[in-house]
Ligand binder design. Structure first.
Ligand SMILES: [Zn+2]
Length: 158
């Protein structure tokens, strides 16, 4: 018998690069720098994807979508999230809720938190009040030129 509930955890980081779009949580934020990476560098969607895959003990995002594969260059990270959701459903589970913490110096996430929450809820097909979006600045941690994301997700058996 499969467990009734499963927890998943995901972590990701990307480096800021000048003059590329900043994508966080499936939306574009106005900023001088974006997050580098082979896809669109969406640190939050990557951490959510890994949390979902981890919850079902699946392969991680890098195994499914290798950065060395040219087809993922500048890819919309929502594609990765959709694949994880398909695998969660196939495993017989649905998302209960997810919670996240972003760690970055700039830009301030507060003014964009509700738009990010709305988009993540839409992508995950869960209510907005089941998506936690929190942000912190890297106090005492030398990660000023990076954005980090931590995500936990809870699944229930369907
Ligand atoms: Zn990533």
């Amino acid at each position: 018998m499969k467990p009734e509930m499963r927890i998943g955890y995901g972590w990701d980081s990307h480096e800021f690069k000048p003059a590329i779009p900043l994508r966080i949580g499936g939306i574009t934020l106005p900023h001088t720098h974006g997050l580098g990476g082979h896809s669109d560098g969406d640190v939050l969607l990557h951490a959510i994807t890994d949390a979902l895959l981890g919850a079902i003990a699946g392969p991680d995002i890098g195994s499914l979508f290798p950065p060395s594969d040219p087809q993922w260059k500048n890819a919309d990270s929502a594609i990765f999230l959709q694949e994880a959701l398909t695998r969660v459903k196939a495993a017989g589970y649905a998302i209960v809720n997810l919670d996240s913490t972003l760690i970055l110096l700039t830009p301030k996430i507060g003014p964009h938190a509700s738009a990010i929450r709305q988009r993540v809820a839409e992508l995950c097909q869960i209510p907005e009040d089941c998506v936690g979006i929190k942000a912190k600045t890297p106090e005492g941690v030398p990660t000023e030129n990076a954005a980090l994301a931590n995500v936990v997700v809870l699944l229930k058996r369907i």
